[in-house]
Design a protein around this ligand. Structure first.
Ligand code: HEM
Length: 233
């Protein structure tokens, strides 16, 4: 008598589990970007920083108002460039339009406020001009590197940038809270949404492209620290 064969039915994937796995996978690339960025901090800037502190500790920084306004002008130029690039190359970077992290308008309001009170608003520094030229070039030729600068510039401002802003406001701005440090809506949610978008974009990248993106982090720190240093000049 022929024996009956029992085929083991394939295990049905648990949709909830699959969704969770998918989310873990989705978190991965931003976690990598963050890991590289955190190591480039000095030990006195962040717990995860690995570099030895050098120069004056940031908590002791006391820029002049002019120095700080220069920092705002330079940041505005960089944010204008990032935000214009994203709008004008919507086919490449369209996901990053209207994320809630945009800073150009907020900076325009702050600079207007100071101008109306008689402060001179100087021109962007040579460093910020060359940084924006570099970003424009990357946006056309090297999307992985462009995304690296995008991530670091926006996320740095919501982390260490806010800490610096608070310290400076207490020391030289009579605790005035600048628009630059205020976001409409829920900032944590905006950040989380952008993390998801970054993960989604990186999903289409090869390992080499991902590494190339991560390798650009150092350059991003160089430019940003350069702009911070100018604030103290
Ligand atoms: C996160 C401080 C400059 C990029 C952080 C965190 C701290 C910090 C404390 C950790 C926040 C957490 O607990 O998750 C500082 C200080 C700086 C500085 C004091 C300068 C004096 C920079 C620069 C960049 C940068 C120049 C790059 C342009 C980042 C990024 C994160 C971060 C990408 C991760 C943010 C996130 O996970 O949401 N920073 N930072 N930081 N920083 Fe900085």
């Amino acid at each position: 008598m022929a024996s009956a064969t029992f085929a083991i039915p394939p295990k049905r994937a648990d949709p909830e589990k699959q969704n969770k796995m998918h989310q873990i996978e989705e978190k991965e690339f931003v976690e990598e970007m963050r890991g590289v960025a955190m190591k480039l901090h000095t030990k006195d800037q962040a717990k995860e920083g690995e570099k030895e502190p050098q120069g004056q500790p940031w908590r002791k920084w006391e820029p002049s108002i002019e120095g700080y306004l220069q920092f705002l002008v330079d940041n505005k130029l960089v944010y204008d460039t990032l935000e214009d690039t994203i709008v004008n190359s919507s086919s490449l970077y369209g996901d990053f339009m209207n994320t809630g992290l945009e800073r150009s308008e907020a900076l325009a309001k702050d600079l207007k406020w100071y101008k109306e009170r008689g402060h001179t608003i100087s021109k962007p520094s040579a460093l910020s001009v060359s940084y924006t030229r570099y970003l424009e070039e990357l946006s056309m030729k090297d999307p992985q590197a462009f995304i690296c600068h995008y991530y670091n510039f926006y996320f740095a401002h919501t982390a260490g940038g806010r800490m610096i802003g608070k310290k400076v406001a207490a020391k030289i701005l009579d605790n005035k809270e600048l628009e630059f440090y205020k976001w409409d809506g829920n900032l944590c949610q905006h950040l989380e949404n952008v993390r998801e978008k970054l993960n989604k974009v990186a999903k289409c990248w090869s390992r080499e492209e991902k590494n190339h993106c991560l390798e650009e982090t150092e350059k991003s720190f160089e430019f940003s620290f350069g702009l911070l240093e100018l604030m103290l000049a």
